[in-house]
Design a protein around this ligand. Structure first.
Ligand SMILES: [Zn+2]
Length: 250
């Protein structure tokens, strides 16, 4: 049973359909709704219309929802419906002494756990993603400390004038404390897990000390290490390095 009532908040665009307040904010559908959480017979209240003393008290929980999943309840409301003439009386229009009784009754009714489902889902999701990011950080640490041939590093370079400031290098050989790497021919504007189809790693190699990998990590320039990737990532493509043509400049 849903109560057709609500106040608009945080509107970008929206409409009211059967009392369900639904709003679209980019792609998030949210709104609020209410649910009858308690009904009780009441014989202490005299109907102002027909004078009968038999009525029903209904208590509602109002809650926010995202994609129709209840997020959390934010208030309770009550109304009295006369069992004889069906007159519907909102809590705020009741006499003061009745308001006190209703307030006490409302405080005794607790919100059903189902109205917190959204919060529980969010909590589980946050726990899952933070666990996974800790796992990924540990994995990256072990990659940096024990490099393997084939590892691909994504580094964000210091160039702040261009958004294409991410470059990649691949470890081709390891000799004791030295590693031989080759660079990608393209730079990227963020993290990638595959190369552009025209890109590949140059056929010339540079040597660096293994410790440089840790330095890249500590400076924050290292954004990602890729290992155990598939052939579709394009990391096996080799590009022939040609000296830049400077003859036109002269
Ligand atoms: Zn009545």
């Amino acid at each position: 049973m849903y109560l057709i009532k609500g106040t608009r908040i945080g509107i970008k665009a929206g409409y009211c359909l059967l009392g369900l307040h639904i709003y679209y904010s980019d792609m998030i559908i949210y709104g609020w709704n209410s649910k009858n959480i308690k009904q009780a017979e009441l014989d202490a209240y005299q109907c102002p219309k027909c004078g009968e003393k038999k009525s029903v008290l209904a208590i509602f929980a109002h809650y926010l929802h995202i994609f129709w999943i209840p997020l959390f309840p934010f208030k309770k409301s009550a109304k009295i419906v006369c069992a004889h003439c069906q007159l519907d009386t909102e809590e705020k229009t009741l006499p003061d002494e009745m308001k006190v009784t209703i307030r006490q009754l409302k405080s005794k009714v607790s919100h059903p756990k189902s109205l917190f489902s959204g919060l529980i889902v969010i909590f589980i999701a946050v726990a899952f993603f933070s666990f996974r990011s800790v796992q990924n950080a540990n994995l990256e640490q072990s990659y940096v400390e024990n490099p393997q041939v084939g590892d691909v590093y994504i580094i964000k370079g210091p160039d702040e004038t261009s958004e294409y400031n991410h470059f990649l290098f691949k470890i081709n050989e390891i000799e004791e404390d030295s590693i031989w790497v080759s660079f990608s021919s393209y730079t990227y504007n963020g993290l990638v897990d595959k190369l552009d189809s025209r890109d590949g790693f140059y056929d010339i190699m540079y040597s660096m000390h293994k410790g440089v990998l840790v330095e890249f990590q500590e400076s924050g320039e290292l954004k990602k290490v890729l290992r155990d990737y598939t052939a579709s990532a394009g990391f096996d493509r080799v590009i022939e390095y040609t000296e830049p043509d400077t003859s036109a400049i002269e």
